[in-house]
Ligand binder design. Structure first.
Ligand SMILES: CCC1=C(C)/C(=C/C2=NC(=C\c3[nH]c(/C=C4\NC(=O)[C@H](C)[C@H]4CC)c(C)c3CCC(=O)O)/C(CCC(=O)O)=C2C)NC1=O
Length: 161
């Protein structure tokens, strides 16, 4: 896993150089948004179950996936879906804190699309639910932190599609 600091330092190190102006600007903006990130993570962790529940209500309930024959139908599969959304929320929060998406590649997206395809989990409905989590999260954390979280929710969606 990388973060905003290691990623800037690693790329300078590869070239055997000190950090240049744009690398230093990246660090400056990461450090100056530190408190925003920590505050957002605290709001999200205190409201995680509610965020997932509201996102499901906005995007999946009463749709084809929850009806007989749908991939969320039966308690076991419904619970698996809620659990997946909770993973996405938690890992997006880690990535937002790190200011870097690499943890999503390593721990979430690796092999996920293949798993979903083989189990018939609908990717488009999953993306709708992740987009709904993005909106619900932004309404709780405020627009600035919401935009920052949005980067990582969108990253998961593009990794799935
Ligand atoms: C931390 C990284 C990580 C991820 C991301 C993960 C995802 C993941 N979701 C799975 C299943 C599943 N995922 C869903 C999800 C959904 N179905 C829908 O219709 C909805 C649209 C959607 C929720 C948004 C469902 C229903 C299953 C069970 C499918 C089945 O067994 O038939 C499975 C198969 C094994 C299992 O059931 O546990 C994995 C590996 N596991 C991990 O360890």
């Amino acid at each position: 896993m990388q973060d905003a600091i290691t990623s800037v330092i690693n790329s300078a190190d590869v070239q055997g150089k000190y950090l240049d102006g744009s690398a230093l600007d990246k660090l400056k903006s990461y450090f100056s948004s530190g408190e925003l990130r920590v505050r957002a993570a605290s709001v999200i962790s205190a409201n995680a179950a509610g965020i997932v529940k509201e996102a499901v209500a906005k995007s999946l309930l009463y749709s084809d996936v929850t009806r007989p024959g749908g991939n969320m139908y039966t308690t076991r599969r419904y619970a698996a879906c809620i659990r997946d959304l909770d993973y996405y929320l938690r890992y997006a929060t880690y990535a937002m804190l790190a200011g870097d998406p690499s943890i999503l590649d390593e721990r979430v997206l690796n092999g996920l699309k293949e798993t979903y395809n083989s189990l018939g989990v609908p990717v488009s409905s999953t993306i709708q639910a992740i987009q709904a989590m993005k909106e619900v999260t932004a309404s709780l954390t405020g627009a600035d932190a919401g935009r920052e979280m949005g980067i990582y929710f969108d990253y998961i969606c593009s990794g799935l599609s």
